[in-house]
Design a protein around this ligand. Structure first.
Ligand SMILES: Nc1ncnc2c1ncn2[C@@H]1O[C@H](COP(=O)(O)OP(=O)(O)OP(=O)(O)O)[C@@H](O)[C@H]1O
Ligand SMILES: [Mg+2]
Length: 378
């Protein structure tokens, strides 16, 4: 096991010896670093990165509270214990509120080793918790990435469809010109159409590229109705193929929110895809009111303005008994080739990262409404 490095800030050799004797008696093994003034102390916490700091409260040219403040900056997770003689209860409380791990009085040094062990245990626990959080974040990141690839594959498919029409039109116009259309006005009109069709394709490709690149994107101010327009252009083809009316209302004035737009688009696509699946589950063919409605509006939450996006469908609904599980990773009621159960869990992690909420209400065989709530940018 790695030997722990202990830093002692102490001006009295006798006290230092007493402290170290106490540690020895408790069977604690360590490498000792001893300093007595500010300069040496600063150098030690920055360069040596001690595992533990023991500090006197008052020193001739320096003081324990300043030492604590410096440690909180240079090595915030290193436990810091005051070992002091002249010590009132008030001063002790003050050190604890300022972030000291513990304090021990010099005339009660028997408490030193238990305090040390307690602090070590706590810092191990904190480190373990941090590691678990890091691991969780990494796994979530991987899931997001794989779900995004899935969404992109689907997107590319839909786009291939969409792009086909303007390309066919461009080829037709070019053929007519090649065949010798001599009316200059007609040729001009065709050239303009070629331009518009070309631009349509260019916009679609740009959207796809933006979506592909934005995974690690920056937070920026975005007006979500603009994202709804993008979502519509991406999802429309799939809705059309299922005879679904995708009704996207972008007329409401909403405040901008701070978000990674590519990720929010991913959430919207997941919600709309789920709605399309649900409507198809009710009936693959056309029926009255086979519709997904998406709209944005402002809502008040605790006196602060938020934007709420609602995605509503009239599909099979979510039975109460599975309501608790739908956000779980890999929970799906779909066949293996139709769903992996990642959509909502990835969406939830994205929304949480944005400081928002993702919730739903549903009445089986009547409707499902998903709400995406994000705070307005200040
Ligand atoms: N709008 C909805 N209507 C009815 N059920 C829904 C709706 N949205 C989600 N669900 C239920 O929640 C489950 C989990 O959804 P989620 O998006 O996480 O995974 P999935 O759609 O099954 O698969 P994936 O999104 O990975 O392709 C779905 O299988 C479905 O049972
Ligand atoms: Mg899904």
């Amino acid at each position: 096991m790695k030997r722990l490095k202990f830093l002692f800030l102490e001006d009295s050799p006798t006290d230092l010896e007493l402290i170290q004797r106490e540690l020895k008696r408790g069977g604690v093994e360590y490498v000792s670093l001893h300093v007595q003034d500010r300069e040496a102390y600063l150098k030690a916490i920055v360069e040596e990165k001690p595992d533990f700091i023991f500090s006197d409260f008052s020193l001739p040219n320096f003081d324990g509270l300043s030492a604590l403040t410096l440690a909180k900056e240079a090595c915030p997770s290193t436990p810091f214990i005051f070992v002091s003689g002249t010590y009132g209860e008030d001063a002790a409380i003050q050190t604890l509120t300022r972030g000291a791990t513990d304090y021990v009085l010099k005339d009660r040094l028997v408490k030193l080793v238990p305090a040390l062990k307690r602090a070590l245990r706590e810092s191990e626990e904190t480190e373990a918790r941090r590691k678990a959080e890091r691991d969780k974040f990494e796994i979530e990141e991987q899931l997001r990435q794989s779900q995004k690839l899935e969404a992109m594959g689907f997107l590319a498919g839909a786009m291939a469809h969409e792009i086909n029409n303007p390309i066919m039109a461009i080829i037709d116009y070019a053929r007519m010109i090649e065949k010798g259309e001599s009316d200059v006005e007609k040729v001009k009109r065709m050239a303009i159409k070629i331009q518009t069709e070309g631009e349509r394709i260019s916009v679609m490709v740009k959207d796809l590229l933006r979506f592909a690149r934005q995974e690690k994107g920056q937070f920026e101010k975005v007006t979500l109705t603009h994202s709804l327009i993008k979502m519509k252009s991406i999802s429309e083809q799939r809705a059309k193929m299922s005879k679904i009316f995708l009704q996207v209302d972008t007329t409401e004035d909403v405040c901008p929110v701070l978000c990674k737009e590519g990720q929010i688009l991913q959430v919207l696509l997941n919600l709309v895809n789920n709605s399309i699946d649900s409507l198809n589950q009710k009936n693959e063919g056309y029926y009255d009111d086979k519709r997904v409605s998406v709209f944005a509006k402002m809502v008040d939450m605790g006196n602060k303005p938020w934007v709420r996006i609602t995605v509503e469908d009239t599909g099979v609904g979510i039975p109460p008994e599975i309501g608790r599980s739908i956000f779980n990773t890999f929970f799906t009621t779909k066949e293996a080739d139709k769903g992996t159960g990642l959509g909502l869990s990835v969406s939830l992690s994205i929304v949480k990262e944005h400081g928002g909420y993702l919730s739903f209400e549903s009445v089986p065989m009547e409707y499902t409404r998903f709400f995406l709530d994000l705070p307005c940018a200040v």
